[in-house]
Design a protein. Structure first.
Length: 421
């Protein structure tokens, strides 16, 4: 039998009783807003090293823990621009040690807001000390969020579905010099799908709503100096408010490497609220109509695939595609993660994946509910599909992997992991 036929028969057959346990779920939210006077450098744009000048809205780390009686898994998302490989290593080890949830069943994602503080080092000693103190608090909050979610485990039901929202647009726009650069291309590939997974108590009271959509957290532009969760934070906040803050709304970024919000680089927060409400309303609509089940089979797998590396010599980023020359660089590891909740396949990729890779994965996946979480369990940089390398753009210049590897490594790697379910 072919792989797809075998897995198709698995989808039709009921799970064995021994493998299909009673679902339990818990969720928690912990604030990680930096102190008002910390003035930490801001992440996401290169020119804001002098630090933020105020707090517009609060930042959070949100966690969901699920349990089928034999296996536990944790989904965690934080209002950060990225989770570095070293941060993933430290956090996953601490969470596994303190909660006994295996590392293969831990997904740690960044919402990819570009309006949050940087976790990196600074040339200023005082700023570096403040960043180190903030990073320590963030790490503690990750672990504590999982601990609290685990402590709240209760019998639950789960359901999954999708909606649509016209909030993103392909950003690889044509320029007068013949290349592509950051902008808007309404005719370029763009997936409008909003994936939703809901967890609720047997009473019907909500526990958590997991959301996934492919868009950059860049409604606010580089002139913004206020800390904010940007679009991801606004969407999560809207959903939580609709349920009177009785639900934890966990936002994750889909394949957004080439996807900008339709309102971008704004200098006011009105556009953030509008787009957050559009996504939030659609998430609530989908969540209210889901078919729910109190049975669960949970499995988690992870592996690292490697691609040959490339780099552009140091210097300013230019728009003219003829001006770029690429050099060989060291190999790049890409961490792939798979968390199966029944036949919902939540995949994770440690980088900024372009949309056509996720489109291909969903097309070839044997599971109708296949979700790609990016900026997950590490940071491998931009991960373009093979076709996108044919035209130089910001994403291609910034990519650390050579053409011809990332797309197949990600899609085939995740499909092979699904084969083991």
């Amino acid at each position: 039998m072919t792989r797809n036929l075998v897995l198709g028969l698995m989808l039709l057959a009921p799970l064995a009783a021994a493998d299909n346990g009673v679902l339990r779920a818990g969720a928690a939210r912990i604030e990680i807003t930096p102190p008002e006077g910390a003035a930490l450098p801001m992440s996401g744009y290169a020119a804001r090293r002098e630090g933020f000048k105020g707090i517009h809205d609060r930042l959070y780390v949100r966690a969901i823990v699920v349990d089928d009686g034999a296996t536990q898994a944790a989904l965690v998302a934080a209002d950060l621009s990225a989770i570095s490989d070293s941060l993933w290593d430290r956090l996953s080890a601490r969470i596994a040690a303190e909660t006994k949830i295996p590392r293969d069943q831990i997904l740690l994602a960044a919402t990819h807001t570009h309006a949050g503080p940087s976790l990196g080092k600074s040339t200023d000693d005082d700023a570096s000390a403040k960043a180190a103190a903030y990073l320590a608090e963030v790490e503690h909050s990750f672990v504590e969020a999982v601990r609290q979610a685990q402590a709240k485990l209760q019998p639950a039901r789960v359901g999954a579905g999708t909606g649509k929202a016209n909030v993103n647009v392909n950003r690889r726009a044509r320029t007068a010099k013949g290349g592509l650069w950051l902008g808007r291309d309404p005719d370029g590939p763009s997936d409008k799908t909003l994936a939703v997974v809901k967890l609720e108590a047997l009473s019907g009271d909500p526990i958590a709503i997991f959301m996934n959509y492919g868009v950059h957290g860049t409604v606010l532009g580089p002139k913004n100096y206020q800390v904010s969760g940007d679009l991801p934070g606004a969407a999560a906040r809207f959903v939580e408010q609709q349920f009177a803050d009785k639900v934890v709304a966990l936002w994750t970024s889909g394949a957004a490497g080439d996807q900008a919000p339709i309102y971008s680089r704004a200098e006011t927060y009105d556009d953030v609220a509008v787009l957050g409400q559009i996504l939030g309303e659609e998430a609530v609509r989908v969540a209210r109509d889901l078919r729910m089940s109190d049975r669960a089979r949970i499995r988690g797998l992870q592996k690292v695939v490697t691609c040959p590396g490339q780099k552009v010599p140091p210097g300013p980023r230019r728009i003219n595609p003829q001006e770029y020359k690429f050099e060989d660089a060291g190999p790049v590891g890409i961490r792939l993660s798979l968390l199966m909740i029944n036949h919902v396949a939540i995949t994770g990729v440690s980088g900024e994946v372009l949309t056509m890779i996720a489109q291909r994965l969903k097309k070839e996946s044997p599971f109708s509910h296949t979700i790609m979480v990016t900026n997950c369990n590490g940071s491998s940089g931009y991960l373009p599909d093979d076709a996108s390398y044919r035209q130089i753009s910001y994403e291609i210049v910034s990519a650390r992997v050579k053409p011809g590897c990332a797309e197949s490594a990600i899609v085939n790697g995740l499909l092979e992991m699904m084969d083991q379910y």
